[in-house]
Design a protein around this ligand. Structure first.
Ligand SMILES: Cc1ncc(COP(=O)(O)O)c(C=O)c1O
Length: 347
């Protein structure tokens, strides 16, 4: 029988019960639409508490739209944005950043998913040259697509360079709560206090049913935000249903509980699999994913029991991702399945 809980992604799990409760509670009576209701206003206040009084939040339906909206807010059509070669914006958004964000992406060679200062500096060229799309923004993913987390010092170093060069700063934070827990910093310390201008703040991968938040920290970028969101088809009319989820997520630190749990499960998984024959863990496990190569011959058998993604079709590097409802037993059974597969294939 197929296992119900796999290691495919943190968006394979359902909604956290406290999030569902919040949805049920708000599903009562009528309320004004398009973000003018009390729940949306309360959520906005909560984001201000977490990020600073200047923060403006715009809810959108998904992470790709959040990123695209940040690009539209920051850039004109002749601009470009520095991002990691492995970033979601660069490889997994089907060109939406270029087509809908009206921006050229400049993909930088990354190390364990992270942009290095050296590569960023090398890419900042041809300022004022009308033939070249002018670099306007640095975008990092925190945590990265490879389950690593920029240290606080790495963030500080990259961001202070970007500010010196007059660049705006964007964070794709689809799993930002994980970074905050790992680094033991507040959201404000990791964004506003470091001069971040725009943040795509994730909900769906962290226990929400759906919904992401574009957090605008640079006051100069606020004015056009409502219009850009509407043009992108991302203005939720029943906004209170996204807002209520974020209130439940942020208010009583549910975000910390979910992030801590899923990252703890990833640590357990790493410990259990890294000693196994022919399993080579390839990335540091800072967040909620373990990356490892396994023999190609194991993949079909294993995926019949547990779904997961083969991250690299050439090296058979796989991604095993944990989430808010991953149980220790799931992790143990998966490690056993790896062991069994090794024995069966080598009989
Ligand atoms: C880092 C990162 N950013 C953005 C997204 C886009 O989210 P969505 O699939 O909701 O568009 C994802 C989704 O996997 C992601 O992992």
């Amino acid at each position: 029988m197929k296992n119900l809980r796999g290691f495919g992604s943190d968006n394979h799990s359902g909604a956290h019960p406290q999030i569902l409760d919040a949805l049920t509670t708000v599903n009562n009576g009528h309320a004004p639409s398009y973000g003018t209701d009390d729940i949306s206003i309360e959520a906005h206040g909560l984001f201000k508490q977490k990020f600073g009084a200047q923060a403006q939040v715009q809810f959108v339906f998904n992470g790709t739209a959040a990123n695209v909206m940040c690009l539209r807010l920051a850039c004109d059509s002749y601009h470009s944005v520095l991002c990691a070669d492995v970033s979601h914006m660069n490889v997994d958004e089907c060109g939406a950043p270029e087509i809908l964000g009206h921006t050229k992406l400049i993909a930088l060679k990354s190390v364990n998913g992270k942009i290095t200062l050296e590569e960023a500096q090398k890419a900042l060229i041809r300022k004022g040259d009308q033939h070249f799309a002018q670099v306007k923004m640095l975008s990092i993913t925190q945590p990265t697509e490879l389950g690593t987390v920029y240290t606080y010092d790495e963030m500080k170093q990259l961001f202070s360079w970007a500010k010196t060069e007059g660049l705006l700063i964007h964070i794709d934070g689809a799993r930002f709560a994980n970074a905050a827990v790992l680094l033991n910093k507040t959201f404000k310390e990791l964004t506003t206090d470091l001069g971040v201008d725009l943040l795509s703040f994730g909900g769906t991968k962290n226990g929400l049913l759906f919904g992401e938040a574009v957090v605008i920290l640079n006051p100069d970028l606020k004015k056009k935000a409502p219009y850009v969101r509407k043009q992108l088809g991302q203005l939720p009319s029943k906004s209170r249903f996204i807002a209520a989820q974020f209130i439940a997520y942020l208010k009583a630190d549910l975000w910390k509980e979910i992030a801590s749990h899923s990252m703890k499960m990833a640590q357990h998984l790493r410990i259990l699999v890294e000693g196994l024959p022919q399993v080579s863990v390839t990335q540091p496990t800072d967040s909620n994913a373990v990356f490892a190569t396994i023999p190609q011959a194991w993949i079909k058998n294993l995926r019949e029991q547990y779904f997961f993604y083969v991250w690299d079709e050439h090296t058979f590097e796989c991604r095993w991702m944990t989430t808010w409802d991953t149980q220790l037993d799931d992790v143990k059974s998966f490690a056993k399945a790896l062991q069994r597969t090794h024995q069966e294939v080598h009989l």
